[in-house]
Design a protein around this ligand. Structure first.
Ligand SMILES: C[N+](C)(C)CCCC[C@H](N)C(=O)O
Ligand SMILES: O=C(O)CCC(=O)C(=O)O
Ligand SMILES: [Fe+2]
Length: 478
């Protein structure tokens, strides 16, 4: 074997590469494309091809083929992901290695593989063992393009959805019921628990089953009537248009739950609107409006000086919040009552923003997007406050509502523990087009029998990936 060969091909259970990598020549060899034809045909395998892996040392990364998956692994990444006891604590699942100490031009000095494992020795003689299936699972190329399915709904879709009926006893005593409830919440952005004792204590117990209560200026568990005990319209009898709460927090509360403990009077129904559905419709129909709503920072404010309550909360952010790496919408900050003075952009942008905001408002106000429910003692409504807007009809009489906010991370933590949350971090670079991350599943149910239609939103175009997603989603949902 010549030097070039030794450096370019990996194979065998025996050591293949034992090079002084400081030597210039091998690492300056041309990239794969420029290699002689013979060399290109010479991927070598550790064991019969079907079982093992083959690898190729490039100048700046390791190309590793393992059961049909071709991975390209950066050397610093490989060193950084060493799971040896000195680099990684498997008890705490924390890295002990100081990544800043890794030479950014590091290269393996020795490499070999067998059926399940690849072994890399580094210039300082440290050896790293990588399970091939671990690499397949954690490499960029090995990412399964699953999404957290979410059903963007309007009134008609909701009607067909057959949301599960989960009771207090079911939720507290049965993991299956608990999962049913949370699955519906993840899919639709709201979910109901029924037959709950009409007390603050039972409401709190339900909250704690799902997550951790987020204490705020309103307290831990809150419990209010229309007595204007706090300086906010919520504490009156007037109607409240659709909104999300705590837009004036830098991180608005993730989840809110409502339990109406008593109402002797008329009106007071609760309105729910899927903010993501409305926003995705805007994205489809008028991407420029969508764009403006994702870019213009808007301040929201809560100023209260009532009795002993003195609060001034400020939160700033766009109405539509999207992840920069794939444009996925993750939070809507929409509350026209609490929106503060706009002074962040010049007048012409202000005007564009008003036009875009009007388009969104029009969409949010379409009766076909509204669902109305009457909260009653015994029924707890959970709302994803980053996605689903709520409102209420004016009412008469005595009405007492209790509930709390939950920390979002902890609700998702519970969902992961139950195995019902898939986390998807899509490819973020140009030659790997963003895969769409939200789609409209018509008539999907939490443990759906059937999907009757999947409409992909505009930003997730590539047909190939759409096709893959559809099949992945189908697998998950059927
Ligand atoms: C839910 N609870 C009654 C405690 C608070 C109400 C907060 C109302 C406020 N305008 C907002 O939308 O954030
Ligand atoms: O009274 C209601 O039904 C809800 C009021 C409200 O929007 C809130 O408390 O956040
Ligand atoms: Fe509210």
């Amino acid at each position: 074997m010549t030097w070039d060969r030794l450096l370019r091909f990996g194979s065998g259970v025996q050591h293949l590469l034992r090079a002084d990598l400081q030597g210039q020549r091998p690492w300056q060899c041309p990239m794969r494309k420029a290699l002689p034809a013979l060399a290109l045909q010479r991927w070598q395998h550790s064991v019969p091809e079907t079982l093992g892996c083959s690898w190729w040392l490039h100048n700046d990364h390791l190309e590793l083929k393992y059961s049909d998956l071709v991975m390209r692994l950066d050397y610093v990444w490989l060193r950084d992901h060493c799971r040896s006891p000195s680099c990684y604590n498997t008890k705490t699942n924390q890295r002990s290695l100081d990544t800043a100490q890794v030479d950014l031009t590091i290269k393996p000095s020795e490499i070999r593989s067998d059926k399940d494992t690849i072994y890399i020795t580094w210039p300082d003689k440290h050896m790293t063992k990588y399970g091939l299936s671990w690499l397949a699972k954690h490499s960029f190329e090995g990412q399964k393009d699953y999404v957290q399915p979410s059903v963007l709904w309007n009134a008609a879709i909701y009607k067909d959805a057959q949301m599960p009926y989960v009771t207090y006893n079911g939720l507290m005593d049965s993991v299956d019921e608990f999962k049913k409830f949370l699955e519906a919440f993840l899919l639709y952005g709201f979910s109901v628990v029924d037959e709950v004792p009409a007390s603050i204590e039972a409401t709190e117990a339900v909250a704690l089953r799902i997550g951790i209560i987020r204490e705020s200026i309103y307290g831990r568990m809150w419990d209010f009537t229309s007595d204007f005990s706090r300086g906010d319209t919520a504490y009156t009898k007037v109607a409240l248009d659709r909104h999300v709460d705590t837009t004036y927090f830098q991180e608005p509360c993730g989840v809110q739950l409502f339990h109406c403990l008593r109402h002797d009077g008329t009106g007071g129904r609760t309105l729910l609107v899927d903010g993501f559905n409305a926003a995705e419709n805007i994205r489809k129909e008028n991407p420029d409006h969508f764009d403006v709503l994702t870019k213009v920072p808007i301040k929201h404010e809560y100023i209260e000086n009532v009795a002993d309550y003195h609060n001034h909360m400020i939160g700033v952010g766009p109405v539509l919040n999207i992840y920069p790496w794939n444009n996925e919408l993750y939070m809507i900050r929409y509350n026209n009552y609490d929106r503060a003075v706009i002074n962040t952009v010049p007048y012409d942008v202000v005007h564009q923003w008003y036009v875009a905001h009007r388009a969104l408002t029009t969409e949010l106000r379409k009766p076909e997007n509204e669902i109305w429910v009457k909260l009653k003692p015994g029924k707890i409504l959970f709302v994803d406050n980053w996605r689903v807007l709520h409102g209420r009809e004016a009412f008469t009489g005595y009405r007492r509502l209790c509930g709390c906010y939950l920390t979002r991370d902890d609700v998702l933590n519970t969902a992961r523990f139950l195995g019902i949350k898939k986390d998807f971090y899509p490819p973020a670079f140009n030659n790997h087009p963003p895969l769409f991350s939200r789609c409209l599943l018509k008539k999907a149910k939490p443990s759906a029998q059937k999907l009757t239609g999947i409409i992909c939103t505009k930003f997730c175009q590539p047909y190939g990936s759409l096709h893959r997603h559809v099949s992945v989603l189908s697998q998950m949902m059927f």
